[in-house]
Write a protein that binds this ligand. Structure first.
Ligand SMILES: [Zn+2]
Length: 81
């Protein structure tokens, strides 16, 4: 039992030495500076649903009528817009 304790202490000391060495090596080579974020601006696209068939599409592609938004001219006519 005494040897097990000594073995544990030795292993702990070795582990500490190993970590210390790794820390020293890390300090010698500083991590590269964080790159500034470029060109990652988010653009949001508003999604609307056709009032007739309820298909979802970007607002830029939707047709708007007096009664709502539609996916096509046919559906806009169908809705009476
Ligand atoms: Zn539609």
């Amino acid at each position: 039992m005494k040897y097990l304790l000594i073995l544990g202490i030795v292993m702990g000391v070795l582990w500490l030495l190993k970590n210390k060495r790794r820390l020293d090596r890390d300090e010698q080579t500083p991590p590269p500076a964080a790159k500034p974020r470029t060109g990652t601006q988010l653009t949001t696209t508003e999604i609307v649903a056709c009032d007739v068939c309820h298909v979802h599409l970007p607002r830029s592609e939707a047709l708007t009528g007096p009664k709502g938004t539609y996916c096509s001219a046919a559906h806009r006519q169908q809705a009476g817009g």
